[in-house]
Ligand binder design. Structure first.
Ligand code: G1P
Length: 305
C-alpha cells in the first residue's frame, strides 16, 4: 500500500461514477458501466491506475444507486483469494489483489445526479483546501502517453487550474467542452501548453471558440467549489463543470488562471459503443499474451468483410 502523500502536495483524485450508463443498456441494467471490461480489466481500473502512476493515491469515487460492484472491485475478496492460494494459482491471485493495493479508495454517493459540476461539488469535504484532479471514466488515456505528469508540472509553474485539451474536427466539437486559447510566450519554452481564456460546454460548431476540446482530465483548485455552489444549471439543465471553470479562466489568482495541455497521445473513448469496441480491439492487439493470435484472426476476419 502506498504511503500517504505530503500535505500540500497534490494527492487527491475525484472520479465521478454516478452516471446511469444508458448508452450501454441492457448491459448496464444491473451493473455499473464503469465495470464493463476492456479486455479483462474493468474500464475504471485503467483510470485508477492512471492516477496512481502519477503518484496520486487518495481517490474518491462519486457513486450512486447500482454502483456497489465498484466498491467490491477495489476491496479484498477473501474467499476468492484463499481459494486461489490453496490452488497455488499465484498469478491470478496477484491480479485479483492488484486492484485492492492500488490506492486508498473513498466513496461518496450523489443522491440526485444533477450534472458533472454537482458530482464534483459532492467531493468538497474530501478535497478540503487542496488542489485536486478530476478524471472522467469515459476517457481512457493510454499508459504509454501519460498526461497527468505534464499537467502537474504546469500547475506547479503557474498555479491555478490545468485542463487536458485535444484537437477535434469542427463537426465533433459539439460533443465536448470547447476552449478559447492563447499561445504562451515562447520564453516559457513550453510546447503544447496554452492559456485558456474561455470555455463553452458543447457548442454548435459555428459557436465554438476553437477546435480544442476538453478531455476528461482536470487539475482544479479548491476555489472551484465556491464557484460551483453559485453555478446555475446550464446545458441539458445540468450543473456543468465547464461553466464553473469558465469563471476561473477570468481570474489571474484566487483559483485561476486556467492553462491547457494539448494532448496528442493515444486515448480511447469508452463512453460509447463504437469507442468501447475500438478500445477493446486496440488493447487486445497490443497484449503480449493475446495480441499475436488475436491479430492473426483479426487480419483474416477483416479480409472477409
Ligand atoms: C464531459 C464534459 C465535457 C468534456 C467531456 C470529455 O461531457 O462536460 O466538457 O469535454 O466530458 O469527455 P460528457 O462526455 O460527460 O457529456
Amino acid at each position: 500500500m502506498p504511503k500517504r502523500g505530503k500535505i500540500g502536495s497534490l494527492r487527491k483524485v475525484v472520479i465521478p461514477a454516478a452516471g446511469m450508463g444508458t448508452r450501454f443498456l441492457p448491459a448496464t441494467k444491473a451493473m455499473p458501466k464503469e465495470m464493463l471490461p476492456v479486455v479483462d480489466k474493468p474500464a475504471i481500473q485503467y483510470v485508477v491506475e492512471e492516477a496512481t502512476a502519477a503518484g496520486l493515491h487518495e481517490i474518491l469515487m462519486v457513486t450512486g444507486r447500482n454502483k456497489r460492484a465498484l466498491e467490491d472491485h477495489f476491496d479484498r475478496a477473501s474467499e476468492l483469494e484463499t481459494l486461489l492460494e490453496e490452488k497455488g494459482n499465484f498469478a491470478l491471485l496477484k491480479t485479483v489483489r492488484e486492484s485492492t493495493e492500488l490506492a486508498h479508495m473513498h466513496y461518496v454517493r450523489q443522491a440526485h445526479p444533477r450534472g458533472l459540476g454537482d458530482a464534483v461539488l459532492t467531493a468538497e469535504t474530501f478535497v478540503g483546501d487542496e488542489s485536486f484532479v478530476v478524471l472522467l471514466g469515459d476517457d481512457l488515456v493510454d499508459e504509454r502517453d501519460p498526461i497527468l505528469p505534464t499537467m502537474i508540472k504546469v500547475h506547479e509553474q503557474f498555479g491555478g487550474c490545468v485542463l487536458a485539451l485535444m484537437k477535434v474536427t469542427p463537426e465533433n466539437i459539439s460533443h465536448y467542452g470547447a476552449a478559447a486559447i492563447l499561445p504562451l510566450d515562447k520564453s516559457f519554452g513550453l510546447e503544447n501548453v496554452v492559456r485558456i481564456t474561455g470555455l463553452v460546454e458543447k457548442p454548435a460548431p459555428e459557436d465554438a471558440p476553437s477546435n480544442y476540446a476538453v478531455l476528461g482530465r482536470y487539475l482544479l483548485t479548491p476555489e472551484i467549489f465556491d464557484v460551483l455552489r453559485e453555478t446555475k444549471p446550464g446545458r441539458g439543465n445540468e450543473v456543468q463543470l465547464t461553466d464553473a471553470i469558465q469563471e476561473l479562466t477570468q481570474r489571474s489568482e484566487n483559483g485561476g488562471p486556467v492553462h491547457g495541455v494539448i494532448f496528442e497521445g493515444r486515448r480511447y473513448d469508452t463512453g460509447d459503443k463504437l469507442g468501447y469496441l475500438q478500445a477493446t480491439v486496440q488493447l487486445a492487439v497490443e497484449r503480449e499474451d493475446l495480441g499475436p493470435k488475436f491479430s492473426e484472426w483479426l487480419r483474416d476476419f477483416v479480409k472477409g468483410l
